[in-house]
Design a protein around this ligand. Sequence first.
Ligand code: NI
Length: 166
Amino acid sequence: MSALPLVKYGQPILRKVLENVDDFDSIQNLVPDMFDTMYEEEGIGLSANQIGVDLNLMVIDISHTDEPHPPAAFVNGRIVERSGTSSMEEGCLSVPGVQVNVTRAESLRFAYQDLDGNSQEKDFDGLMARVIQHEMDHLTGRLIIDHASMVDKHRIRKQLKELSAG
Ligand code: NI
């Protein structure tokens, strides 16, 4: 297991709709690396394209927050139902230094496969629902900056320019 370099804003893979996982054997070594990378960067969620891998796969660990939930890996995730709304400032490891107010569903029903390929469907709310939506955005090529208001877009314009210049 080892932490991998993080893909930052400006790299095309962050704007791609990622491929479904068919071969579950191929992700068994990848998932521990994703957790390690997330911990190294002190994040609470990570999508596969953030380490340059084109697969519908995310890891989340909010177990240290006041909404404890065991660390989880979700494969081929799909949000099947959303309800309520909540707004919160979000950051993203791939867009360092940028915070954007993002309105998302308060709760959701999430269909996914576990690491053994078994289909699951569960309800999530609060922080877990928020992080799932953040990572689902990544898996469909979206970033927090896409949720920014006009005022926020203006505010972060210079930071984004510097980030994409590498
Ligand atoms: Ni992110």
